[in-house]
Design a protein around this ligand. Structure first.
Ligand code: G16
Length: 544
């Protein structure tokens, strides 16, 4: 193999966020920018010589070029085998599965998730470790540290690899396999869910379905699983062709960005079930006729009903949620008498608990739900879980959710995002919260008395590591909470996220609009952080 060593300028901004390095495409296209980061990753890893690396992405602009570069740097650095999704495509959960199934050393996933794509959009890269999950914080810190001193990278010289044809070839001693992007993942889903019941429920017309792939990665997966395997009509799928610019969509499955689906689900023509996924296929939005299921409620409902699903028939070991996710799943865990863990935002924090078999299900308010089956959150898995539940319980989504609230009470929940806030203002907000937090306990604001106020610090019970500064929590005597944190996934300025929740045990009050039910807490949140006053914004950019 002919290997070139390229001298390069050092970049100082390659600090991975909540989920990998995400930047504007124009930043990634700077000379050697991607090359440096990939070399920094490989320099921080050990003992991968001769082993396999999985490579794939969500198909956004720059995906194919980036893969060709990574192939050559990986070959030059000594990987013995490269397993690549056909056309360069792999959803994040599928990549996680493939790393595990084929015993790969790790994987590089190219995606900026739900961020818009195209020449002027975002690009991203994340490294997943041998268990199939996102690299833990100690690794991502090491990548950043290495990137700040990196002066050269190594790249093999051979022609570009054809990514379109399935098969194996050996190039300069490196085995390069192009695999079907969907087949392994579909087989895994079939091993968890009752496909014959699903097929029967869909083909008999008992369950009708609308799935919006938002012109991103899940199109081919949804087509194979819902249409080819389960017999749904093709028109059940919307935006099912992955496009390099995601068709101009913002592939973030929520009521704002998936509003076409939301409009359909609240109309007279609504099908039984509606769902959407995001850019790289790890997020999910669940809807029924006339109802949107919040991700926090969805996690709680899946946990409460897990034994109805063949893959979880033996029950759950435990559950976990990220800190800002509502406490709905805690109530289910209490009833099931299983542990419930609270982790910082970021899927990487679930990995140790899953590996140690402490939990079976986990999820986040940010439209992410997952389980033991892979080490990433999984959009289509969540959709299949819900479909299986509806088919098994023979109840509508609305009835399932309302019954759940009757049993456990409702954790009324909302998240307010203020996007593209000037970084200095965002820092000012966080500093002022840090000061206030000490004075808040025992103060009363209207109906709410502060029970505790702190900055969340996570102690990982498995590896003993500590992750500090994970957001501010203000908890009230009646169980309500306000949480403030800065997003780790944005690429423009800072995004302030405010999470607000209140527990409502009275079933006569369950059908309230969250914005009205939470009005007092929303005002209090502004009183604490003064984001509107400081930025001049009159309302949140996104409310979910
Ligand atoms: C990523 C992480 C999630 C996190 C979400 C939001 O999701 O994997 O764990 O909850 O970002 O993070 P933040 O609030 O810091 O923006 P994805 O789907 O973007 O990879």
């Amino acid at each position: 193999m002919h290997i070139k060593t390229i001298l390069t300028q050092t970049y100082h901004d390659q600090n991975p966020g909540t989920s990998g390095l995400r930047k504007k495409v124009s930043v990634f296209k700077q000379v050697n920018y991607l090359e440096n980061f990939v070399q920094a990753i490989f320099d921080s890893l050990e003992n991968y010589q001769g082993k396999a690396l999985v490579i794939g992405g969500d198909g956004r602009h720059f995906n194919r070029e980036a893969i060709q570069i990574i192939i050559k740097i990986a070959a030059a650095n000594g990987f013995g085998e490269l397993i690549i999704g056909q056309n360069g495509l792999l959803s994040t959960p599928a990549a996680s599965h493939i790393i595990r199934k084929y015993g790969a050393f790790g994987g590089l996933i190219l995606s900026a998730s739900h961020n818009p794509a195209g020449e002027h959009g975002d690009f991203g890269i994340k490294y997943n470790v041998t268990n199939g999950g996102p690299a833990p914080e100690k690794d991502t810190l090491a990548f950043f540290e290495r990137s700040k001193t990196l002066e050269h990278y190594q790249i093999a010289e051979f022609p570009d690899i054809n990514l379109d044809t399935i098969g194996t070839q050996t190039v300069d001693g490196v085995k390069i396999t192009i695999i079907d992007s969907v087949a392994d993942y579909a087989e895994l889903m079939q091993s968890i869910f009752d496909f014959s019941l699903l097929k029967q429920s869909i083909q008999s017309g008992y369950m009708t379905l609308a799935f919006d792939a938002m012109s991103a990665i899940t199109g081919p997966y949804a087509k194979y699983i819902f249409v080819d395997m389960l017999g749904a009509p093709l028109n059940a799928l919307q935006n099912a062709q992955p496009l390099e610019d995601f068709g101009g969509h913002h592939p973030d499955p929520n009521l704002i960005y998936a509003h076409e689906l939301a409009d359909l689900m609240f109309s007279d023509d609504a099908p039984t079930f509606g769902a959407a996924s995001d850019g790289d296929g790890d997020r999910n939005m669940i809807m029924g006729k006339g109802i949107f299921v919040t991700p926090s409620d969805s996690l709680a409902i899946l946990a409460a009903n897990a034994t109805l699903i063949p893959g979880y028939a033996n029950g759950l070991k435990g559950v976990a949620r990220s800190m800002p996710t509502s406490q709905a799943v805690d109530r289910v865990a209490k009833k099931l008498n299983i542990p419930c863990y609270e982790t910082p935002t970021g899927w990487k924090f679930f990995g140790n608990l899953l590996d140690a078999d402490k939990i079976t299900l986990c999820g986040e308010e940010s439209f992410g739900t997952g389980s033991q089956h892979v080490r990433e959150k999984d959009g289509l898995w969540a959709v299949l879980f819900w479909l299986n539940l509806v088919a098994r319980r023979r109840q509508s989504v609305l009835d399932i959710v309302e019954e759940h609230w009757q049993t456990y009470g409702r954790d009324i929940y909302s998240r307010h995002d203020y996007e593209a806030v000037e970084s200095s203002i965002a820092q000012e907000i966080m500093s002022s919260l840090r000061e206030q937090i000490q004075t808040l306990p025992h103060q009363t604001f209207g109906d709410y008395t502060v029970k505790y106020a702190d900055e969340f610090c996570y102690h990982d019970s498995i590896d003993g590591s500590t992750s500090a500064n994970q957001g501010f929590r203000v908890g009230f005597e009646n169980g309500s909470r306000i949480v403030f944190r800065l997003s780790g996934t944005g690429t423009v300025g800072a995004t302030l996220r405010i999470y607000i929740e209140r527990f409502e045990p009275d079933s006569n009050k369950h059908n309230q609009d969250p914005q009205i039910a939470l009005a007092q807490l929303i005002e209090l949140a502004e009183q604490f952080c003064r984001v509107k006053e400081r930025t001049g914004l009159t309302e949140p950019t996104v409310i979910t």
